[in-house]
Design a protein around this ligand. Structure first.
Ligand SMILES: NC(=O)c1ccc[n+]([C@@H]2O[C@H](COP(=O)([O-])OP(=O)(O)OC[C@H]3O[C@@H](n4cnc5c(N)ncnc54)[C@H](O)[C@@H]3O)[C@@H](O)[C@H]2O)c1
Length: 374
């Protein structure tokens, strides 16, 4: 007789019941994961253990009628990891993304997380992960804001008001109690209006919609960037006030002078080494770099205009006191948040533990006794 294996299934509502929307908890969770990344107590995919995930992209055309073809924001991505510290488990985030989803009443991307026993590989939990992903993605720039924003920051500009933009705004407003005003900028104005109304009601801040990116930028002490790749986004140097902190969770372009004037703080240097390696191995460096939030910076590093990755700042080292983040009130800082599966595992782990404690979720049977038990 082999071992009986059960795992927990957690729907989106189960994740809510287990506290996925507990933003302060998610911020501390993200901080803990950033520390583990800086200490090296983690593994991600690939030979260097720093791979963001394996992308399944689609061809422009296909002779096979059912095969998906390329489209806006269309891809599947598998993101495996092991996370150490008190988490001590393996797992994977798996998602499909397609801009067309919105016409079907679905979010752009549909995400799940599986948590696994690190030794046996048995599933521990299979969970709906849209909220986990949005909350953890927002929690990371909130940690960035804690360590990098100038003193007395009062105005937050949210560029991109979708699911991730909202997650970032929630966490940054939760973390930065001194913020008094939110400016919402989004291509589709109704989404900006909706986020502004939400911010005003939930956080009691002044919240406005701005349709001019220059004005939205000029107003800001902190700028959270979370746009999709449907339209390019370009910031000009002259729009940016001294002391501004960019918190970038989605792609952006900037004048070269702006990139040069900003001090870059990375989420995890190893991840960016891996992105550069991937782009070089692809045989088309420019196309490869264009895929990544840090792409424009990698070009400047190659040209000797920005410090090499190994000479750069990372938020985990700043948290651990091994590097200094902001050194003056006038410094313009850009924090790059690309997202890694370790964050989904970290938050997923805590929700799973809460679910076990409170009896949330549905226990499912993998097998009563595995057919292949020896
Ligand atoms: N860093 C991470 O960990 C992480 C995790 C998940 C998603 N993301 C990224 O976050 C971004 C947003 O994801 P989402 O799920 O919120 O997408 P979404 O489609 O729900 O929202 C994105 C919004 O950006 C707007 N937009 C697109 N281009 C714009 C532009 N140039 N100017 C103004 N608005 C623009 C769109 O109108 C849309 O409302 C994506 O780029 C995604 O890849 C990052």
């Amino acid at each position: 007789m082999g071992k009986r294996t059960e795992f927990l299934y957690m729907s989106e509502q189960d994740c809510v019941d287990a506290g996925v929307m507990d933003i302060p908890r998610s911020i501390e969770n993200a901080k803990e994961v950033l520390e583990l990344l800086a200490k090296g107590d983690y593994l991600m995919g690939g030979a260097h253990h720093d791979n963001h995930g394996l992308y399944l992209m689609f061809p422009e055309t296909s002779p096979f009628p059912n095969m998906p073809t390329a489209g806006p924001d269309r891809r599947f991505v598998a993101m495996p990891a092991y996370l150490g510290g008190r988490f001590n488990l393996a797992g994977v985030k798996w998602y499909g993304s397609n801009a067309e989803n919105k016409k079907k009443g679905l979010p752009r991307s549909v995400l799940t997380v599986t948590l696994n026993d690190k030794d046996t590989g048995e599933p521990l939990c299979f969970m709906s992960a849209n909220l986990i992903s949005a909350v953890r993605t927002g929690a990371i720039p909130a940690v960035g804001a804690r360590y990098l924003a100038k003193e007395g920051a009062e105005v937050l500009t949210c560029v991109g008001c979708g699911a991730i933009g909202k997650g970032c705004m929630d966490a940054i407003l939760t973390e930065m109690k001194g913020l008094k005003k939110v400016v919402c900028y989004n291509h589709s104005v109704p989404r900006a209006e909706k986020l502004a109304a939400y911010a005003a009601e939930k956080y009691g801040v002044e919240a406005v919609v701005e349709t001019d990116l220059a004005k939205a930028t000029e107003a800001a002490d902190i700028i959270s960037v979370a746009v999709s790749r449907t339209a390019p986004l370009h910031f000009k140097r002259e729009w940016v006030r001294p002391g501004t902190t960019f918190l970038c969770s989605g792609p952006l372009q900037c004048d070269e002078q702006l990139w040069l004037d900003m001090d870059i703080v990375y989420d995890h240097i190893g991840l960016h080494h891996e992105y550069v390696r991937d782009a070089l191995n692809s045989g088309d460096k420019d196309k490869g770099y264009a895929t990544y939030i840090g792409g424009p910076i990698y070009h400047l590093i190659d040209a000797g205009k920005k410090p090499a990755l190994d000479d750069s700042l990372s938020i985990g080292k700043i948290i651990l006191g091994q590097q200094q983040g902001r050194t003056s009130q006038d410094q313009i800082i850009c924090f790059i948040n690309c997202g890694m599966p370790v964050f989904d595992l970290g938050l997923g782990h805590d929700l799973y533990e809460t679910a076990l404690e409170k009896g949330i979720g549905t226990k499912l049977l993998l097998w009563d006794s595995p057919a292949q038990a020896e």
